[in-house]
Design a protein around this ligand. Structure first.
Ligand code: NAP
Length: 298
């Protein structure tokens, strides 16, 4: 019987593991993709105290190293089922692990646009990760869709690699931090299309155009890739029978307590107002501390 099972190794899950190990508890962390989660795909992190500039991948690696060095067991396969029976049973890679407490820190996934051609050209020019795929389009013209921090950061990153970047946003003001807005507006090779929505991804073997609808009518942009950065959506179907959800997010306050004793939710997966690396890491610390109190009572 493990003391704490942690689902997800983003900043929330890794912070929880670090705190729980330092409290002397046994910890198993499950991660089905890459340690770091969304953080790993962030080109540059400039708002995590102590690091003026660090890549998301480097910060992810550093947290992973710290967690594993402290003795957290890392199981790098996706979790397929979770049940509450004599503790909490987590199924991953055909094995069943049982823990006294569970911390859900599975983050959220990139949302899709839902337009024709998006799925058909997935991996053939439609991408949800500029850091992962940007280099494939070196010297080419690409489009980024979205108006939040991710879209603007992606546009700036791609502007350093590509000949030209169209930044397509559905409103006439951005949601992103002003610092990013100032930078994209100043970039010579970023053309911003405000009040414009994408309507179709076109191509042959690979993407070669994006159709957009703006106030002045329809345009067909010649692009080699479309980077979609239109926000995140939770993936909590697996936990629906276990804890209360709200709009797909796990209902939990800043103390990370869910509707079920012994289950805690940390980071982007829970109902909260500010989704940042630092708030996810803070949640992890809180969840581990609350889980420790719970484990000591069962
Ligand atoms: P976000 O802040 O939710 O922004 C999503 C953007 O996509 C919005 O501009 C939204 O438009 C637009 N959008 C949504 N659905 C769309 C659709 N169907 N078609 C066209 N546009 C659509 O998401 P995010 O940028 O991925 O960021 C997620 C969270 O991570 C946020 O809390 C963000 O602050 C945080 N983050 C922080 C940093 C940082 O601090 N450096 C970096 C990255 C992410 P509207 O504006 O009209 O709603």
């Amino acid at each position: 019987m493990i003391d704490i099972a942690i689902i997800g190794a983003g900043p929330a899950g890794m912070s929880a593991a670090i705190y729980a190990r330092r409290a002397g508890l046994s910890v198993t962390v499950f991660e089905g993709e890459m340690c770091g989660g969304q953080m790993a795909y962030t080109p540059e992190v400039e708002n995590y105290p102590g690091f003026a500039h660090i890549s998301g991948a480097e910060l992810s690696f550093s947290m992973r190293h710290q967690m594993v060095s402290l003795g957290a067991e890392l199981v790098e396969v996706p979790v397929t089922a979770v049940t509450a029976k004599g503790g909490y049973s987590v199924t991953a890679g055909g094995e069943v692990y049982t823990a006294k407490a569970l911390i859900v820190a599975n983050g959220a996934k990139r949302r899709k646009l839902g337009i024709p051609g998006e799925d058909a050209y997935g991996g053939r020019g439609v991408s949800y990760c500029a850091v992962c795929d940007g280099m494939f389009f070196k010297g080419k013209t690409v489009a980024v869709v979205g108006g939040g921090n991710t879209a603007l950061e992606d546009a700036l990153y791609l502007a350093g690699i590509c000949e030209k970047v169209y930044l397509i946003h559905r409103r006439d003001t951005f949601r992103a931090q002003q610092l990013f807005v100032d930078k994209v507006q100043a970039a010579e090779n970023i053309e911003i299309l405000y009040s414009t929505v994408p309507t179709e991804v076109r191509g042959e073997a690979r993407v070669n155009a994006l159709c957009v609808q703006g106030a002045d009518g329809e345009r067909v942009l010649d692009v080699a890739a479309v980077f979609v950065a239109v926000g995140l959506s939770p993936e909590n179907e697996m936990f629906a029978g276990l804890v209360e959800l709200a709009d797909g997010y796990i209902r939990a306050g800043d103390d990370t307590h869910t509707s079920r004793a012994g289950v805690f939710a940390a980071g982007d997966t829970r109902t909260k107002t500010l989704r940042q690396i630092i708030t996810a890491a803070a949640d992890g610390a809180m969840a581990a501390t609350e889980a420790e109190k719970y484990v000591r009572t069962v």
